[in-house]
Design a protein around this ligand. Structure first.
Ligand SMILES: Cc1cc2nc3c(=O)[nH]c(=O)nc-3n(C[C@H](O)[C@H](O)[C@H](O)COP(=O)(O)O)c2cc1C
Length: 169
């Protein structure tokens, strides 16, 4: 429960309201010196700055993956394609080995880069701040690549796909 204008309202309702904002879907990956790989489905990703190139995402503070993101000081934003909906589901579950059956290679800093994504941003963490119940990561993009593919979308608690483009005027 929380309060809005001194009225109590429930967190589920707030979550539903926030979920009206449609996003893409990413799997944010990292790895530490002990070669422990982590990956978390996240739609909190956003671009922040072009010069220098900076992006952000946030991770719930109770995540068992947090330690590895902190230790490595790096993360990779893997923007999922429509065909990768199963990866989104796989990385949003607390599995022992989230990378089982996943095609990936090792990129900058020894971090896993998932194959066949729409876009990939290899980042160095430049700021880490606890904000409420999440940890906010800001990262400088050190390398990126992308392909013209259809992205996976998420809105109102459902996976979605791009419909036809609307005319701008
Ligand atoms: C579409 C979607 C978006 C999500 N976005 C986030 C996010 O931005 N941050 C977060 O902490 N969890 C997010 N989650 C939940 C995590 O993926 C889930 O809690 C996962 O188990 C976290 O991995 P962990 O168990 O290794 O912490 C999202 C889940 C889905 C399905």
């Amino acid at each position: 429960m929380n309060t809005k204008n001194n009225i109590t309202w429930d967190t589920r309702e707030l979550r539903n309201a926030l979920g009206s904002f449609g996003t893409g879907v990413t799997v944010v990956t990292s790895g530490n010196a002990q070669s422990r790989l982590v990956g978390v489905t996240a739609n909190s990703f956003s671009s922040v700055s072009l010069e220098p190139p900076i992006v952000l995402w946030s991770l719930v503070s109770t995540s068992p993956s947090l330690k590895v993101f902190d230790e490595s000081g790096r993360f990779v934003i893997n923007v999922l394609a429509l065909q990768q909906i199963d990866l989104s589901k796989q990385f949003s579950r607390p599995l022992e080995d989230k990378f089982a059956g996943v095609d990936y290679s090792i990129g900058l800093g020894g971090l896993p880069v998932i194959h066949n994504c729409v876009a990939t941003f290899e980042c160095k963490t430049i700021q880490r701040t606890v904000v409420g119940d999440h940890v906010l990561f800001l990262g400088q993009v050190e390398n990126y690549f992308f392909e013209k593919k259809t992205p996976l979308l998420f809105c109102q608690g459902n996976y979605m796909q791009v419909a036809e483009a609307l005319r701008n005027n």
